[in-house]
Write a protein that binds this ligand. Structure first.
Ligand code: SF4
Ligand code: SF4
Length: 401
């Protein structure tokens, strides 16, 4: 019998050789022997001894491994001859997650938006004016895939306002990476959902109706919830992202019940960084002692976490709509170059931050990893404490075990 890698599985060489299940967002670290074994199924080349005299003759252990891989959706007997990317060793640390801001245009003007007013002035009722061209987006995604990247968050502004979104969407299936669309949900109608080539949709919901609408505008909550339901009914995985602000503090238990009831995969809860338009809207800013403890809500994985010994964003890079690359979107004003230089080149310029460099003399450091470096910077010292996280970990109800 012949075996093939499933179309959802792809080999990646990160810090260790691995196989990634794109649909389930599951990364399996392999030893060299298992990796070499799976590599034989990579493109099923006609010259391979595996495709000539059948696939028999495996040892007992190999057969056990094949059975496991079939159970996990990594191998299949269904023939596919997909052209898969080359597996080469990734840089260290590996670039696993990419935030790709395809445009800074938006159909809303949320009070807590971090996008700085340096973008060109509003036009046709929309904010901002930059968008990445199709060829740039294709180049960035190809380079990210070549660097063994795992997940791309397609973001904005509102990504669905990109003037060539249909063409961007059409090019997505060629990349063996997990694609996540991050949207406010307003434009996510059934027609768009029917043709959308992403694995996950992340929708912003900043409270129950009154609190959400107070930030984003009247009627936006109902539309966002409708978008969530339509996306789930179209069998997308859906995640939600929520900002803590003074008007939604009483909503968190109900939001949790709502999101779990709807089948939301991941729920990211964060405190907005006081930058961009939020600087003007003091009424939606929240202090560490009032807002920090709500960071305990939420579940699932985000893109921003560090790894043992390192602060946030160890495997993350962002690309802005005007082509700059940076540690994350907040660091766009201290960019690591332009994507014209190549994604790999920009990635080399970003220096990982070690936990030992932080001024966090705290027993929670390995779990907290110093929180958000940008928030710490806004609080006065980029190597200092993220006081929102300190409030979270020192809150009696939230102390980790
Ligand atoms: S600085 Fe904040 S926003 Fe940037 S990667 Fe770190 S946690 Fe994420
Ligand atoms: S809780 Fe505060 S002091 Fe401790 S690691 Fe986090 S940010 Fe640093």
């Amino acid at each position: 019998m012949n075996y093939f890698l499933t179309k959802e599985a792809v080999l990646k060489w990160l810090e260790t050789p691995s196989v990634y299940h794109i649909k389930r967002d599951e990364l399996y670290e392999l030893d060299n022997e298992a990796f070499k074994f799976l590599k034989k199924f990579q493109n099923n080349p006609p010259s391979s001894p595996f495709s000539k005299g059948g696939m028999g003759g495996f040892s007992k252990n190999e057969n056990k491994f094949i059975d496991y891989c079939i159970k996990e959706g990594i191998l299949t007997t269904e023939k596919n001859l997909l052209k898969r990317p080359h597996v080469i060793k990734s840089p260290k640390p590996s670039l696993r997650y990419l935030e790709l801001q395809i445009t800074d245009r938006c159909n809303l003007r949320c009070k807590h938006c971090y996008i700085k007013p340096s973008s060109p002035p509003f036009s046709k009722g929309r904010m901002g004016g930059f968008e990445l061209s199709l060829s740039r987006i294709k180049k960035v995604l190809s380079e990210f895939e070549e660097m063994q990247g795992l997940r791309v968050l397609i973001t904005g502004g509102e990504p669905l306002t990109h003037s060539r979104f249909t063409e961007i969407n059409a090019m997505l299936p060629q990349f063996f990476i997990r694609k996540i669309l991050f949207t406010n949900g307003l434009l996510l109608n059934k027609k768009i959902l029917k043709n959308l080539n992403v694995d996950e949709i992340q929708i912003s919901i900043d409270g129950l109706e009154k609190a959400h609408d107070s930030l984003r505008g009247k009627g936006t909550f109902k539309k966002a919830i409708e978008a969530v339901k339509n996306a789930i009914n179209t069998e997308f995985e859906v995640s939600v992202s929520t900002m803590v602000h003074p008007a939604n503090l009483g909503d968190f238990d109900k939001m949790e019940a709502l999101f779990k009831g709807l089948g939301i995969k991941d729920w990211t809860v964060d405190v907005p960084c006081i930058t961009g338009r939020l600087e003007k809207h003091t009424e939606v800013q929240i202090s560490p002692d009032k807002g920090g403890k709500y960071l305990a809500y939420g579940y699932g994985d985000g893109l921003h976490s560090g790894a043992s010994g390192f602060a946030c964003g160890l495997h993350l890079m962002s690309v802005t709509a005007d082509g700059r690359a940076a540690k994350c979107t907040f660091y766009a004003d201290r960019d690591a170059g332009n994507i014209k230089d190549g994604l790999g080149e920009c990635w080399q310029r970003i220096k990982p931050i070690k936990l030992s460099e932080l001024k966090c003399d705290c027993k929670h450091i390995e779990i907290c990893r110093g929180g958000c470096r940008y928030r710490a910077k806004l609080l006065g010292d980029s190597m200092g404490k993220d006081l929102y996280r300190c409030a979270l970990y020192n809150h009696p109800f939230n102390s980790p075990p």
